[in-house]
Design a protein around this ligand. Structure first.
Ligand SMILES: Nc1ncnc2c1ncn2[C@@H]1O[C@H](COP(=O)(O)OP(=O)(O)OP(=O)(O)O)[C@@H](O)[C@H]1O
Ligand SMILES: [Mg+2]
Length: 246
């Protein structure tokens, strides 16, 4: 089986005369957990949109050879929509089952297992609109996982998730990566966690400033990408190293 599941070649995108992304190239393989970091406005979400097919008019080439599960940044919430938590998670199954086919018992079992794994099983009968921000984010992850993706793409999935939830969240991703042979591409501002959980780190600010294995990256390398935010980067990194006695 080919291990490469995503290839991005010379991706560039501009709005008017303003470059948003310039000449970005990289690959992702099965069982690779890639973290994308970079300051606000760096083009991370734009890059993800190009990969999932939500962006037109870019130049370069995106080749995907895997089934994608996608959790967008700030997913839209319809608070009044009368749909239960377990039904929202089950929507992830429709790709395989067809939206009009009733779900079988084993489908509901799968949904409940996922809700359990993301830590919101007890909320399964609740109306989705009543969930808190972090609970809703976990639900969105369960929905993305229900489609059994081979490449899971997450744009700031931990936003709003509490500290306890965050570490179990990353542990869950790691075990899914190993159990399901999945590739993961995750945008995050939680730099310490990215270094801890990811195999590979990509630092983006319009261009790809560095792309290397997480244990090889050095703060100096990121200077150009984070420019004014470098202090912040070093502080998070120091904090991370202190916490882990490196
Ligand atoms: N439709 C648009 N019109 C004008 N500018 C846009 C549009 N969409 C995105 N941009 C700009 O493109 C740049 C990249 O945006 P993008 O959402 O990719 O950043 P990001 O790296 O995901 O940032 P964040 O960390 O804040 O999520 C930003 O400066 C943004 O303002
Ligand atoms: Mg973004």
């Amino acid at each position: 089986m080919e291990s490469r599941i995503l290839r991005v070649e010379s991706l560039s995108y501009k709005i008017g005369s303003h470059w948003i992304l310039r000449d970005v190239s990289f690959e992702v393989s099965r069982r690779e957990f890639v973290g994308i970091i970079g300051p606000n406005g760096a083009g991370k979400t734009t890059l993800i949109k190009a990969i999932v097919g939500d962006l037109s008019d870019y130049s370069g080439k995106v080749s995907v050879s895997a089934k994608i599960g996608y959790l967008s940044q700030n997913p839209e919430r319809k608070r009044d929509f009368p749909i239960r938590v377990k039904e929202v998670a089950a929507m992830g199954l429709y790709g395989e089952r067809g939206i009009l086919k009733p779900l079988r018992k084993c489908d509901w079992k799968k949904v409940e297992d996922l809700l359990e794994r993301v830590g919101i099983y007890d909320l399964k009968e609740r109306r989705a609109g009543t969930l808190s921000g972090g609970e809703y984010q976990r639900l969105m992850l369960a929905r993305a996982l229900a489609s059994e993706p081979e490449l899971l793409i997450l744009d700031e999935p931990e936003a709003g998730v509490d500290e306890m939830g965050k570490s179990s969240f990353y542990r869950l991703l790691e075990s899914l990566k190993n159990d399901k042979n999945m590739g993961i591409l995750m945008v995050s501002h939680d730099i310490g966690m990215v270094f801890e959980a990811c195999d590979t780190v990509m630092c983006i600010n319009k261009t790809l400033h560095c792309h290397t294995s997480a244990d090889k990256i050095r703060p100096e390398e990121l200077q150009s990408a984070f420019s004014g935010d470098l202090d912040l980067f070093i502080r998070s990194r120091d904090h991370f190293e202190r916490e882990h006695h490196l």
